[in-house]
Each structure stands twice: as C-alpha cells, then as structure tokens.
Write a protein that binds this ligand. Structure first.
Ligand SMILES: [Zn+2]
Length: 327
C-alpha cells in the first residue's frame, strides 16, 4: 500500500492497495492490479483507512494473507486501529522498521524478547539486539551488520500451533543441533521462557505493531518485502506517466467527491491496461521480461538479500571472523 499526493488548490492523497505476487522467484501468476483505493486528506486516519481497504477486499471475496506497506501505514498506524485487527483476520505483515524503533520493543514476556518484530530468547547478546540500530548510526560496518543479523537466527523463538481462544501464541525456546537450549537456563534471573523452554505469549504482548511473518531482513523477508515494494513503485510510476495522476490540469473537476470519482476511474483504466498487457504476452515473453528485470536488479543490495547463498557466505565469515572479536 502507498499514498500519492494529488495537488491542486488543496491537497489530497490517494491510498492504493495492490495485489502482489505470492512467489517472487517466478513471473507473476495473475495480473497485479489495484484492489481498492481511498482518497483522503494527507496523513489523515491512515490506519483506519488501511483497515477499511482490507475489509473491502475481503467483502469482494479476496483473502489477503500478507501485508507489506511503506512505514507510514505499518508500523506507523496505531495497533488499536490496524494491526490488532489484521492479527484477528489472520493477516501477517512483512515490513521495514522505522529508524526510531529499531532494536528491542517493550513487549517482552517472561524472558522472551521482541527485536525488530521477531521473538528471541532474552539472552541474545546485546550486540545482536542492537545491530540494526548500530548500523543505522554507522557504528558498525555493513559486513559486521550482516554477520550479526545472521547470528540472530540462533536465538529465534518458534511459534507452536495456532493462537489460543484469547489470541495468545505458544513459543518454543531455540535449541542447538543437539536439542539443548541456546542459553544457560540456570543463570540468575532467567525467565520462564528459558527455564520451561516454552511460554504462551498473551495477545497484548505479541508486539503486533511490528510483528513480522519472516525473520527481519532475512532471505524470505527480503524476497516478499522488496517484491511488494517494487510492484507498487512500478504501478505508481506508470499511473503517473500514463494517466498523469497528480497533474492538477489533467482533471479540472472541483470538489472532493468529483475528484474521488475521477481518481477511481483512472484506477479502473489503469487496471484494464495491466490485465490487457498480462494476457497479451506469451509465457516466453513473460519469462524473458521477468529475467530481464532480475538481471537489472542484480548486484543491488535488496536483490543480494534474496539469495540464500549470500547469507551462507555471511555465516561462514562469522566463524572465521577476526575483525569482530567476541565481547
Ligand atoms: Zn533462553
């Protein structure tokens, strides 16, 4: 989802919800059209309107399972207005964490902590907890940052089964290859999560504002997040170029309702164009275009993160690492 400003004598924003592919490693299996829009005053009621859009999609018989958005929508929204409802509908999020909120959240429970939207054993080393913040503040190099992100996986807690009747989820304590807990549960003040090796986290401690479906910045996360973001950027660019959305001279009608109708008609026209393009091309042409786009992205940071090989390399250097001595 994203917002786009529409100028004129007064400013309006169009919030756009777009379908994204569920498997970014393949060409899209269906046309990635706009599902619904809302025209509003800038910055106004972002969470409520995002929820309203998702409900509209569900009323139309669609059942979204994963939401990715710019930071203004999730995690920017108040959880009471958006994320708590997403959770109740079984919709996960795959989001970037904004700079001010990187690192550990206050929502920990009995020794389980939340860091950048993922659950971990609270004994995870401080340098791993703070690595996203440290990288943002340029305290560590990009290489050390990747190593520490990868190291976090060792401490990751796993959800066990579906939410209980009150919305709580049981999490299992992380173990090493031999099945032993990764921390020392006998240490002073170890939480129940470490001593009992599992804990049921109540709904209000699930860090729903930031909770991630995938490990933050890991390969699955990067694949889904960047695929969603690049579809919407592509849609947005074409929408502006072809339909000249945002150009006040293009639509001279006055008033909110008239502008809303004009914007909605532009979206319908844009969708028709996307559907036509999708079915016009042969599977070979679609494949060729997909590979061309992939090649164009090769070497970029976001593309490298999709690749498990890239992460394996980071993991190997962790073991032979000399510039980053143990603390
Ligand atoms: Zn532990």
């Amino acid at each position: 989802m994203r917002r786009e400003t529409w100028g004129g004598s007064w400013s309006l924003e169009l919030d756009v919800a777009l379908w994204a592919t569920s498997d970014p490693t393949q060409p899209a299996q269906f046309p990635l059209v706009c599902a619904t829009v809302r025209l509003k005053r800038p910055g106004n009621r972002t969470g409520e309107l995002a929820l309203d859009m998702i409900r509209a999609m569900r009323r139309n018989g669609h059942n979204p399972k994963l939401l990715t958005s710019d930071m203004a929508i999730v995690p920017g929204a108040d959880p009471e207005k958006l994320q708590n409802h997403l959770y109740d509908m079984g919709i996960d999020t795959c989001i970037h964490i904004d700079e001010g909120h990187k690192g550990m959240s206050k929502d920990g429970h009995e020794g389980l902590i939340w860091v950048d939207g993922n659950p971990y054993c609270g004994a995870m080393p401080a340098k791993l907890i703070s690595c996203t913040k440290d990288r943002h503040e340029k305290l560590i190099s990009q290489e050390v940052f990747y190593k520490r992100l990868w190291e976090r996986r060792r401490y990751l807690a796993k959800p066990n089964g579906k939410p209980n009747s009150k919305g709580g989820i049981q999490y299992l304590h992380p173990t090493d290859e031999a099945g032993r807990p990764v921390c020392n549960p006998g240490r002073p003040h170890a939480g129940k999560f470490c001593t009992q090796r599992s804990v049921v986290v109540p709904k209000e401690r699930l860090n729903l504002k930031y909770r991630q479906k995938y490990h933050y910045m890991g390969p699955e996360w990067a694949r889904m997040h960047f695929a969603g973001r690049s579809s919407i950027e592509g849609y947005n660019g074409t929408f502006k170029k072809v339909h000249r959305f945002g150009d006040p001279d293009q639509v001279t009608v006055r008033g909110y309702a008239a502008k809303y109708l004009a914007a909605a008609m532009m979206v319908v026209a844009s969708n028709a164009r996307i559907v036509e393009n999708f079915y016009r091309d042969s599977p070979d042409q679609v494949e060729a275009r997909f590979l061309k786009a992939k090649k164009r992205r090769a070497g970029t940071w976001s593309e490298a993160m999709h690749d498990a090989e890239f992460w394996n390399k980071q993991a190997e250097t962790v073991l032979t690492d000399e510039d980053d001595p143990p603390e």
